[in-house]
Design a protein. Structure first.
Lengths: 255, 323
């Protein structure tokens, strides 16, 4: 079974982000980056499926040259090969643009399964996987919490629904699944994995990306306005704690 | 023309679909033209009648046995026919797990993208702007849509108030739309929905909740939170990542994939406040946030905030409660 995993590189979660001088994106030139967490769960699921059923795991990422870092990371965790779809314009591209270059890169690979995280921690559109499935003309299902390989050409997957409900769905392969965080426990790269990754293939694809054709564009990025007037309690931890307990008791009487 | 895709389950339209109708009514004022609402499924006449009482131009009914149960292939094939026939300027969805499964497919089929998760609409010199959170809610973006219509947008839960829906002076006409849909073309075969083993904790009934997020860093630190909860007579809850790592069971999770709670007091400890968490707790009467990052989005919904190290503040709170 050949499994492709689409991963995204995003700014590290704890990085103190600020809006950049264009007012349309974050200042990320000096930021540190990491693998988008939901994609890390998708990669882990692919590695586990390979361990159970055999085959190959190919990781694919679209973005500037810096995204080779997450591809190396994925190879160190156990992926077999990587495809880097490289273009600076992909860092802020819309999902159809990203979907098209990913689908183009994967089409020749003809994977049995394509996995990706259900959304990204930066743009958070939550649709790249669904778009890639449509462009590859393969079946898909989203927000998956378990994957079963049932027979030669079918899979059975557990979809998370709202309010604690779940549902099993059977579909033919090839198929694309967007993976929910928490489906498995993540592994980390071992020193041996890191060494082995150095010898693994990273194939580079450089598509033409027309930035003028994006169908949605951020015209203004800003810190959200507060919906409520927050009373910030200052002072030492002990002072702040005492004042908060007093306010909760006397001002809003919640206990 | 605005086409709203309403979502129903067992003949009841969900609240977020009413919210999407309210969003569409605001867009109508901004010049997007009349509203048509499409109701789809099998035996959905009751829902159609309910929607027809709202101030909308028309209700379209897609009643087909192949639309029940829901499948992405079935819904995309059905809605493609409606979009082609009605030629809307914008298609509006509620942002639900169901629309997240198929709305982007429909958009892609039209060579468009979906503006997901919108929380508002603005009018700018370039026309309408859709307001949506980015970077886990740390920022908000005004997004312009470019290129040919239709545009596709989805509205986040509680972005608009369902009870603000404008009623029509007359009942809107209802039209049954015939669609060609062959079950053989539907690739997904869904089984019946189910719940995991009965939830041990019903957080919706809790009067006070102490919720913990990534800021706790290690599972070994959880007793700090549990002691505070005990001192407050509160239930312990968590944001999704804490349950993903197995540090607390899934039935302690608050947010769009967990429970939606509205206690008298909600203490968010080390929770940054991604939109998926906020939708599950912003109905709490009093919200307290403790976080080391003064810019954390959780403070947007907090009544009281303490900016500081939770490992100092939480034990101090527990001690102060004992005084």
């Amino acid at each position: 079974m050949k499994i492709a995993v689409c991963i995204k590189q995003v700014v590290t979660r704890d990085w103190p982000l600020r809006v950049d001088e264009t007012g349309q994106w974050v200042r990320d030139r000096d930021a540190s980056f990491e693998m988008n967490e939901p994609d890390a769960y998708a990669l882990e699921e692919a590695l586990r499926l390979k361990e159970r059923h055999g085959g190959e795991v190919v990781v694919c990422s679209a973005g500037p040259s810096r995204v080779s870092q997450v591809l190396r990371e994925a190879l160190a965790r156990g992926a077999d090969r990587a495809i880097h779809v490289e273009s600076d314009a992909l860092a802020t591209a819309d999902t159809l643009t990203v979907g098209k270059v990913l689908a183009d890169a994967l089409r020749g690979e003809a994977p049995d399964l394509v996995l990706t995280g259900l959304q990204s921690d930066d743009q958070g559109f939550g649709q790249t996987g669904v778009v890639v499935a449509e462009l590859l003309r393969i079946a898909h299902s989203t927000i998956i919490m378990e994957v079963q390989i049932s027979g030669e050409d079918h899979i059975r997957v557990k979809r998370e629904l709202e309010g604690g409900w779940f549902q099993w769905v059977v579909m033919p392969t090839p198929a694309l699944l967007t993976i929910q965080s928490g489906i498995n426990q993540l592994r980390y790269a071992t020193l041996r994995g890191i060494m082995a990754a150095k010898k693994k293939e990273v194939r580079k694809v450089e598509p033409e990306v027309a930035t003028g054709e994006f169908s949605q564009v951020v015209v203004d990025l800003y810190v959200p306005e507060k919906g409520k007037k927050t009373r910030f309690i200052e002072g030492s931890s002990t002072e702040a704690a005492r004042e908060l307990v007093r306010a909760l008791r006397e001002d809003v009487s919640v206990f | 023309m605005i086409l709203v895709v309403a979502e129903q389950r067992e003949g009841v339209m969900n609240r977020v679909s009413w919210e999407a109708v309210v969003a569409a009514q605001e867009m109508a004022v901004q010049g997007f033209g009349p509203i048509k609402v499409v109701v789809m499924g099998s035996t959905v006449a009751g829902v159609a009648d309910e929607v027809a009482a709202a101030e909308v131009a028309e209700v379209l009914v897609l009643d087909h046995p192949a639309l029940e149960p829901y499948t992405s292939d079935g819904f995309v094939r059905a809605l493609s026919q409606v979009v082609d026939a009605e030629n809307p300027d914008v298609v509006v969805f509620p942002h639900t797990y169901q629309t997240r499964d198929y709305a982007a497919t429909l958009a892609t089929r039209n060579q468009r993208t979906l503006v997901t998760d919108c929380i508002g609409i603005k009018s700018g010199p370039d026309g309408v702007l859709f307001v949506r959170p980015m970077f886990q809610g740390k920022f908000v973006a005004d997004v312009a849509v470019r290129g040919p219509v239709p545009h596709f947008v989805s509205f986040q839960i509680a972005a608009y108030r369902a009870d603000a829906v404008a009623r029509g002076v007359a009942i809107a006409p209802t039209r049954r739309v015939e669609i060609a849909l062959d079950v053989a073309n539907i690739r997904q075969r869904p089984e019946a929905p189910f719940k995991e083993a009965k939830q041990a904790v019903d957080l919706t009934q809790a009067e006070r909740i102490v919720a913990v997020g990534r800021g706790i860093k290690e599972q070994e630190h959880l007793p700090v939170i549990q002691k505070l909860a005990q001192a407050l007579g509160a239930e312990v809850a968590a944001s999704r990542p804490i349950c993903d790592t197995g540090w607390l069971p899934m039935d302690r999770q608050v947010g769009s994939s967990g429970q939606t709670v509205a206690p008298k007091l909600y203490l968010a400890i080390g929770i940054s406040g991604a939109i998926q968490h906020l939708v599950g707790m912003k109905g709490a009467r009093t919200i307290v946030a403790v976080n080391k990052d003064p810019d954390a989005p959780i403070f947007e919904v907090a009544d009281y905030g303490i900016v500081g190290d939770l490992f100092e503040v939480v034990p101090a709170l527990t001690a102060a409660l004992g005084d």
